[in-house]
Ligand binder design. Structure first.
Ligand code: AQP
Length: 348
């Protein structure tokens, strides 16, 4: 059965629990970590919850973007979300910059967040240390605070994300509570929705690091829009270990364990069933089967994504409708926030 999240006890009454999440249009293709860690849950959660999903272009410009590529990647991202199974009849799908309230509430949240607590965000520390401080924008530093605004605007009960986003959702909870205490109960305090089994998909070449498009080599990255034979090659050359027995051991067999988790997520078989299935077989059998399984799933995904990309008018219609629905909720929250903090309401 499709999951329903637990509604939070604080915040305005809603007819169904609300979920919200976003993905950056920073690449021409999502990767398998994005799909298994987040997007797949988005699809399941749209059935029983009031779901808001967005392509977060404001977040994308925290690193330099070519304008034409950003526009193109935003469309490709929306098409992939539809291709993965989001249904605009069941969820609200929109582009972040189409809803100006994100930037507006973002500023308020900037003013409520301590510099020290923002500086503790590990994702910022990792990314800025890789880029160097001259190439790191202030936007990258305040990105988790914009994310706080993204979530709180919609009074989300749950935020389906991968493990790398847990700390940002925890910060969101702190800020929601801070605002509620300082002014009046205003925001729902959201919970992260992170599935243990797929919380962190690892790089196929470096199975101790998360699969990420900014990895130093693309060899360990499975991009959903690559030719399936390109991905098959990556699965087949995945780094494992010198042993030969297929078994699950995150510490000593990180590579094989990652492959087993991916297989399990795609096939629906438990890790125990897979270990039994591969008994007496070598790593090559696991890799070949995984490559086939992935191709079976990704081929129709790519066809659906392409059909949405071939119909830009339909994409625009979906996004127009999504932005309208999103703004209805976002503008109400922002108006309440502005009132609570003491901004003079404009006379109309
Ligand atoms: N490896 C992963 N395993 C599980 N979940 C993951 N997510 C990302 N990588 C993994 C989840 O995907 C959602 C969208 O994240 P994002 O917009 O931050 O995606 P991204 O920036 O494209 O992720 P990358 O590849 O890690 O980018 P860089 O390298 O630029 O930071 C989120 O819910 C995230 O948790």
């Amino acid at each position: 059965m499709a999951p329903m999240v637990n509604a939070a006890v604080t915040g305005p009454a809603k007819d169904r629990p609300r979920v919200l999440s976003g993905i950056q249009p920073t690449s021409g293709s999502f990767h398998l970590g994005n799909y298994l860690g987040a997007v797949r849950q988005w699809v399941d959660l749209q059935e029983q919850n009031d779901a808001f999903y967005m392509v977060v272009d404001l977040h994308a410009i925290t690193v330099e973007q070519d304008p034409a590529t950003l526009r193109e990647n935003t469309r490709i991202s929306v098409a992939q979300l539809l291709g993965a199974g989001l249904d605009p009849e069941r969820c609200t799908l929109f582009v972040q910059s189409h809803v100006p309230e994100h930037a507006q509430l973002g500023w308020v949240m900037n003013c409520m967040t301590g510099f020290g607590e923002a500086a503790r965000m590990t994702q910022f520390k990792d990314k800025s240390s890789k880029q160097g401080s001259d190439r790191t924008s202030v936007g990258l530093f305040t990105y988790p605070i914009l994310q706080i605004a993204d979530i709180l605007l919609y009074q989300a009960d749950a935020v389906p994300v991968g493990e790398d986003q847990r700390q940002h959702v925890e910060l969101t909870r702190d800020l929601a509570e801070r605002f509620n205490t300082r002014y009046a109960p205003t925001f729902t305090v959201p919970k992260p929705y992170i599935l243990k089994e797929t919380a962190k998909i690892f790089d196929l070449q470096d199975p101790t690091s998360k699969m990420s498009k900014s990895a130093s080599s693309p060899k360990g990255l499975v991009s959903l829009l690559d030719e399936p034979k390109v991905s098959a090659k990556k699965f087949k050359s995945a780094v494992t270990d010198t042993d030969t027995v297929v078994s699950y051991d995150e510490e000593n067999k990180a590579g094989v364990s990652n492959l087993l988790r991916i297989h399990s997520a795609l096939s629906g078989q438990s890790i125990e069933q897979l270990v039994a299935h591969f008994e007496g077989k070598m790593y090559g059998a696991l890799k070949t089967e995984l490559a086939e399984l992935f191709a079976e799933w990704v081929t129709p995904f790519q066809e659906r994504t392409k059909s949405y990309l071939d119909d830009p008018a339909e994409l625009d219609r979906v996004l127009g409708l999504g932005a309208e629905k999103a703004r209805e909720v976002a503008s109400e929250t922002l108006a309440t926030v502005y009132d609570r903090i003491g901004f003079l309401a404009p006379k109309r």
